[in-house]
Design a protein. Sequence first.
Length: 463
Amino acid sequence: MVPNLSLRVSPLVLVLAATFALAGCKPEDPDTNPDAACGDDVVDDDELCDDGNVVGGDGCSADCLSDETCGNGIVDPLTIEVCDDGDANSDTTADACRTSCVEATCGDGVMDADESCDDAAANSDTTPDACRLNCALPACGDGVTDAEEACDDSNQDDGDGCSATCQPEVPHIVATEVWEVGTQGTGDAQFDNVGDIAVDADGNVYAADFVNDRVQKLDPDGNFLREWSYSNPMDIEVDEVGDVYVWGDWVLRKYDGDGALVGAYKMLNNSTNLNSANHFAVSKVGDEVATVNLYGSVQNLSPMGTIATAAAHEVLLTTKSTADYVGQFGVFGTEPGQLTSPYTAEYDSTGRLFVFDVDLNRIDIFDGGTFVSEAPVVMALETNTGFAIDAQDRMYFRRTGTEVMVYSADGAIASVFAVANVNPTYSISEYLDVWSDPGTGDTFLFTNSAYSIHKYQLEFVYW
């Protein structure tokens, strides 16, 4: 029998065939493949990732060494990372890279080495005693009045009203006369016993020309502008929009700045003495008029028909918009908040009412009829004392005709200076008003004599 040679294979042939077969199907070892590289979609031992490209910003960096996640210890340039210290990232450790891979900064709530405080969102450049936006502690001179400060004018200089330690300085006031307008007569800018003066926001002056039965308006330079008739004008005020309120002949009337009648506040006075006529104040920040009367009761007859009578020791409140009755307050007595002889009143810049009680020789401060505090004065006040409050809530008193005394809002005396008093023997009142020029910030004082009006520029000199 002839053997089947096709079934007989040499062992050498089998070994060679197996070797070639294995060489053709086995994948390359990444550690030994000379063609292995970043971007071949194979993660080699020296790579952290490989997404088949060499483009960063897609979760695998261009060098295949970072998965581009914050906290891996690698600062990835195509992400928002500016630092990455891996496990050392911290949102509580000073000066550490934060867990969002941003550098430590003021406002992140951690006090770093170059910071004095850091309260995160509570940092503020306007809130008293707060950590400031630059992570500095609140301090005198930063423009915010903190708990231990009485003022803060954004500097630490003496001689400007707020000292280097942020305490108020007492000024010496120098009054320089700018102009004097008026002689006795009936012509333009002539007067016959000026009852009162008032200044509007633009510096125009309104004079209650008592004997001449009129109101005169002058511009800031003392030039005559216009007049309108009014019987025996005694008291005059101007509000924040330039409306003019005039008291005389037992009626309080309201005009615009050109003398056109706006409304009438009906007031009756039980006294037969004309010189006991009411004094009143008009708020520049609220809808309120306050009326006081030293010698007799005052009665309000509002357009709405409301009738209210206030006694001599009471303050009557009406609205300046509608002349309607609001209320009244005042308990007779000498205790704080009580009144005996309220002579006149003025509102400050916040709408608080300062009531001058001539017998008690003090100023009582009220807010909406509620007693707030006393502002005592250290001079003997008397009837016909002029009283005004400026934009900084300083109180001005003209007592003897030539003497003006200035107090801070808490009653501390600031300065005393002299003004002119022409024709004092025929002056039913010696009043004053204060105006701050919105353009320059300069402060001016206006006073009246019987037949003239005077304007002074005030210079505040701090020792």
